[in-house]
Design a protein around this ligand. Structure first.
Ligand SMILES: Cc1cc2nc3c(=O)[nH]c(=O)nc-3n(C[C@H](O)[C@H](O)[C@H](O)COP(=O)(O)OP(=O)(O)OC[C@H]3O[C@@H](n4cnc5c(N)ncnc54)[C@H](O)[C@@H]3O)c2cc1C
Length: 602
């Protein structure tokens, strides 16, 4: 469907506007070109990564570099890069698709790939001058050079703008000297280019620089030893020291003091890509787990036939399916927004920057949700394997260890939770998303008498869609009351922000899974989508419980007396189903399908 034919919501507007199922993109909408790309990437993953899993686990850093080079030869490193700079310029959905299907073999490669193609390359494609792009991007897009991103310092992690690394202009004004220490730098061991953030004089904000790193002519750059990590063992992670490193002035990115903005925007893209990078891991974990459960017998019974194991298989499948639904929905929104801006006369660079920035809230939501889903999925994967799950001989323990980092880098999940709500409030204040109008309506509804009519729920998902609308009311009710109570001091109430963010996350994820399934049920038939329908209902049911818990805790924490009673009554009304789904039956139906197919099959 043409972008102009459908309504393209702004970032965050999903909360206050209804989205039609026809307007969401789903993995079932992949073009022929995208399907071919998916096949090629999956084949690469099997042949070059999974077949050599042991080498990654044995910390063979050189091997990670070798496979990265092969990925470059096949064009996978340049999917997002414009053709003019040696890339394939395949669009945002294809970029996500490659991140998704290339990442499940091992977190080591996935991290190297993400650090290079995302935060190592994107700052130049998004902010570089024409000369910078011509000079560096083709080398990065083809894998001739690898990139790293040097933001974090020993004293500056989440507080990324507080770094102490300095950049001092030379007397002749031709170069800067960089001095300082960075840590946790992915790809440091084999990169040829670093995006380095440093402070000039006493500037409020840091500045970004493109720094070449030639081991034979190190220019004051030295590396620490490889860090010994819980997971992603063959991903090179080192400290980087800069001692009078000379960087020509023309290698400054964007302008002086623009570094924090660059860092944040690079991370926005990185966050949705990281969500994508956690998807195929979930599929693979589930497939491996069900294959084991279909063979392992205890008490003369296949463990896949135990209700306790079915519970896990169903929950794992539903969360993977929801992650796909939400990630590709947002990816297409970004792609469409970029296309709209290009059509309106923006340069590709400007369009891409603004397109991703627009959906920064969704990028944070996805980063948190999918990184936690993959961790839970791996955890249950271990459990299904029992003692064998704890052994290095089965893939579950490495999957669990590798998944753990996703909650920490690209902004910790705590930071991303708070960011998602903070950005939404800012958007409302700028008038980009009208929260006040809908929040006032919810307040009026709370004062009014509830309708006792039973609506007609005969159409597929009619009750579920009404539930989503009610969950949105919970957010508006809770966040609206909290903003009224605390005003700008709300930022000091982190537990409230985190609770609000959990509500927001569940709304986006649950709505995405329902819209995808509704769209597919309309085109493929309800019968063909019976299990997907079950997964959508299960996901929503779980989301409602999470919303209820967070809403209740929040209301009790900041409201008292009549106000508390009114808000709690509102909450009760908004999380109430008219017809509760039989969740046990739904889980059985999902698990039976996964069991019969012996894999994640959606
Ligand atoms: C394997 C690995 C690879 C990495 N790769 C890179 C890379 O390539 N480039 C790069 O620049 N960095 C990289 N990082 C760094 C990573 O981005 C940081 O570790 C992350 O941002 C967290 O910073 P920190 O470790 O200093 O933790 P801290 O910021 O010290 O956080 C510690 C805890 O406090 C919480 N916290 C911090 N501030 C707040 C707050 N305001 N409110 C509430 N809670 C808060 C955090 O959520 C966390 O739970 C990597 C890290 C690892 C482990």
């Amino acid at each position: 469907m043409e972008t102009k034919d459908k309504e393209l919501l702004r970032g965050g507007q999903f909360l206050v506007k209804e989205t039609k199922c026809e307007d969401v993109f789903t993995p079932e909408d992949f073009s022929e070109e995208q399907k071919m790309m998916k096949e090629a990437v999956m084949e690469f993953n099997e042949r070059e990564i999974i077949a050599h899993k042991a080498r990654f686990e044995a910390k063979d850093y050189a091997f990670t570099e070798e496979v990265m080079r092969k990925a470059g030869e096949l064009g996978f490193l340049g999917v997002a890069v414009p053709e003019a700079y040696g890339g394939l310029d395949m669009g945002f959905v294809s970029t996500l698709l490659v991140c998704d299907y290339i990442s499940s073999g091992t977190g080591s490669f996935s991290t190297a790939f993400g650090a290079h193609t995302g935060i190592g390359t994107m700052p130049i494609t998004l902010y570089g001058t024409e000369e910078q792009k011509q000079k560096y991007v083709p080398k990065l897009a083809t894998g001739e050079w690898f990139g790293a991103y040097c933001l974090t310092e020993p004293g500056a992690g989440s507080d990324a703008n507080s770094g102490k690394t300095t950049a001092t202009l030379s007397e002749d004004g031709k170069s800067y000297k960089i001095n300082g220490q960075k840590m946790w730098i992915s790809n440091a061991g084999f990169c040829r280019l670093m995006i380095v953030f440093a402070r000039i004089e006493n500037d409020k904000n840091i500045t970004g620089f493109i720094v070449e790193y030639d081991k034979d002519n190190p220019n004051g750059i030295t590396l620490g030893e490889e860090e010994h990590k819980l997971g992603i063992r063959a991903s090179s992670t080192r400290q980087v020291f800069f001692n009078d490193t000379v960087v020509p002035v023309e290698n400054m990115l964007a302008g002086r003091g623009e570094g924090f903005k660059i860092a944040m925007n690079a991370l926005n893209v990185g966050r949705i890509k990281l969500a994508g990078a956690c998807l195929d891991s979930q599929r693979r974990i589930l497939t491996t787990a069900v294959q084991y459960a279909n063979e392992r017998k205890q008490f003369n019974t296949l463990i896949a036939d135990f209700g306790a194991i079915k519970y896990k298989l169903a929950e794992m499948a539903a969360s993977a399916y929801a992650g796909e639904s939400a990630t590709y929905r947002a990816a297409k929104n970004i792609e469409d927004r970029i296309a709209l801006r290009v059509a309106a006369g923006n340069s590709h660079q400007e369009a891409e920057l603004k397109g991703v920035e627009e959906y920064a809230i969704e990028c944070s939501i996805l980063k948190v949700a999918v990184s936690e889903d993959v961790q839970n999925c791996a955890d249950e994967g271990i459990q299904i394997f029992g003692g064998m799950g704890f052994s290095e001989e089965t893939p579950m323990e490495a999957a669990w260890r590798d998944a753990r980092i996703a909650r920490i880098y690209e902004g910790t999940n705590e930071i991303n939770r708070m960011l998602s709500v903070g950005m939404l409030v800012k958007k409302a204040m700028k008038g980009h998303v009208d929260l006040l109008g809908p929040a006032t309506k919810v307040q009026e509804e709370l004062m009014g008498i509830p309708s006792f009519e039973t609506p007609d729920y005969s159409e597929l998902f009619s009750e579920e869609k009404e539930m989503i609308a009610k969950l949105k009311k919970v957010f508006l009710m809770v966040a609206g009351a909290a903003v009224q109570k605390f005003g700008p001091d709300l930022e000091e109430h982190q537990q409230l922000l985190i609770a609000a963010s959990d509500i927001l996350i569940e709304i986006y994820m649950a709505e995405s899974v329902i819209l995808r399934t509704e769209k597919n049920a309309k085109r493929f038939g309800e019968e063909a989508q019976a299990v997907q329908i079950a997964m959508a209902k299960l996901y929503l049911y779980n989301a409602v419980s999470i919303v209820e818990k967070n809403g209740k805790e929040s209301i009790i924490s900041f409201a008292e007396g009549d106000e508390q009673r009114m808000l709690l009554m509102g909450l009760k009304r908004f999380v109430k189903y008219t017809n509760y789904p039989d969740i046990v039956d739904l889980r059985i139906a999902i698990a039976e399908k996964v069991k019969a197919e012996n894999k994640y099959c959606f």
